[in-house]
Ligand binder design. Structure first.
Ligand code: C5P
Length: 393
């Protein structure tokens, strides 16, 4: 089960080799992957949606303009997976993706996604060797696309040369190699991110200004190193990080429940700005102005970091955050011990860090303190992910 929990969007485009996509979907499923099929109009000439749905156990995506309530189907598909696998990939679909065309569901998903894309081309050898296709190949590769094949051999039209779809088992091997490449392959990371919101009544709530930017960046950086990442996020206005399973919650208590449900994990990283207090009782009806003071009696929320830091299924590495305006390192060390964390990422928020693009952090561990230079938040995330990978190895 090398691919357990990996969510793969299998795009099947128009080629006689499309019949092999059914075997490919079966093999991916056998290795534990969750496969969703997407058929182009050309793909449907060779494979039916019913066959693909029966093998994947999921409805097949086919139409950009399909259901009235799925106007953003292409965005959902582009985000809710770990990998886009195009097999077989036609010359036409490669050309569309290379040029950024988006006139059907498959090409629109390819334009909308930031996920890794693995292409398994299949076409007539003359079409493959054509300078236009070669230029498209080079262009897609330069943007990070991964290619497997095509193979050489006898073709449907009694021609031979490079153009055959590589065998399904080889495509599965390429998918497995892709996921195995990162140092965090086989690890599960739990990341909290964003604010929580705590209802006062059906229309009002208590919350904070957390954007979720640093948490999403860390989730993406861990996924990029091969980890399976579950990110429990409060309401934020950001695109979901590629290759990450995002669990949306609102309150601190929901966040704790979602974190406990996501265990076991190897790494727990708690970047959320959890509301420390909630209205003791959320009113079922909108409160009148005069009743507001009573409605604001507060109860303390659970501390999620501390709860998971002392959980019987505690992740091997537990990391908390601390924003401080003075005595940053001393407070962080005290917090590390009190909350059962291994590391605290402490930052001085007395300047312009809050809501800004850069961050200056201290990594406070049992072994001492490491201070990093002022860096972009994305770079902080990448460095942190690499440090985690070295520690967990
Ligand atoms: O105590 P303080 O809020 O400064 O601690 C910050 C750290 O604790 C962060 O990692 C934050 O995500 C976590 N935390 C939590 N649950 C709370 C409060 C804070 O997980 N209720």
């Amino acid at each position: 089960m090398n691919l357990a929990g990996r969510r793969i969007l299998l795009v099947v485009s128009g080629s006689i080799a499309a019949y092999k996509a059914l075997e490919l979907a079966r093999l991916l499923g056998k290795d534990g992957a969750d496969v969703t099929g997407l058929l182009t109009a050309g793909g449907e000439k060779f494979v039916t949606q019913h066959a693909l749905a029966a093998i994947t156990g999921r409805p097949v995506a086919r139409d950009l303009w399909g259901e009235a309530d799925s106007h953003s189907l292409h965005i959902e598909l582009a985000r809710a997976h770990d990998l886009v696998l195009v097999a077989p990939a036609s010359a036409d679909l490669m050309a569309k993706a290379a040029h950024g065309l988006a006139d059907d569901l498959a090409s629109t998903v390819l334009l909308a996604t930031t996920l890794p894309v693995l292409w398994a081309p299949a076409m007539n050898p003359t079409m493959w060797a054509h300078p236009a296709t070669m230029a498209n190949l080079a262009s897609l590769r330069s943007r990070g696309a991964i290619f497997v094949g095509p193979a050489e051999g006898a073709m449907a039209e009694a021609e031979s040369g490079a153009g055959r779809l590589v065998e399904p088992a080889e495509i599965v091997a390429a998918v497995t190699a892709h996921f195995a490449a990162g140092p965090l392959h086989g690890r599960h990371a739990l990341v909290t991110s964003g604010p929580t919101i705590e209802p006062i009544d059906p229309v009002r709530f208590i919350s904070n200004r957390s954007s979720g930017r640093q948490g999403f960046a860390i989730a993406a950086a861990l996924a990029a190193l091969g980890a399976r990442v579950t990110c429990v996020s409060g309401p934020v206005f950001l695109a979901e990080p590629p290759g990450v399973e995002v669990v949306r919650i609102e309150t601190a208590r929901q966040m704790l429940a979602a974190c406990e449900a996501a265990l076991p994990a190897d790494i727990g990283l708690f970047a959320a700005a959890v509301a420390d207090w909630r209205p003791a009782e959320a009113a079922a009806r909108k409160q009148k102005k005069a009743d507001m003071q009573a409605a604001l009696a507060l109860a303390e929320n659970p501390d999620i970091l501390a709860s998971i830091g002392r959980h019987r299924d505690r992740p091997r590495l537990v990391i908390g955050f601390a924003a401080e305006t003075h005595d940053v390192v001393r407070h962080a060390e005290e917090k590390r011990v009190r909350k059962g964390a291994d590391w605290i990422i402490a930052n001085d928020v007395s300047g312009d860090v809050m809501g800004g693009a850069e961050n200056l952090v201290h990594i406070v561990t049992e072994g001492g303190v490491e201070t990093w230079p002022r860096l972009a938040k994305d770079e902080v995330a990448r460095r942190l992910a690499r440090r985690i990978a070295v520690h967990i190895a």
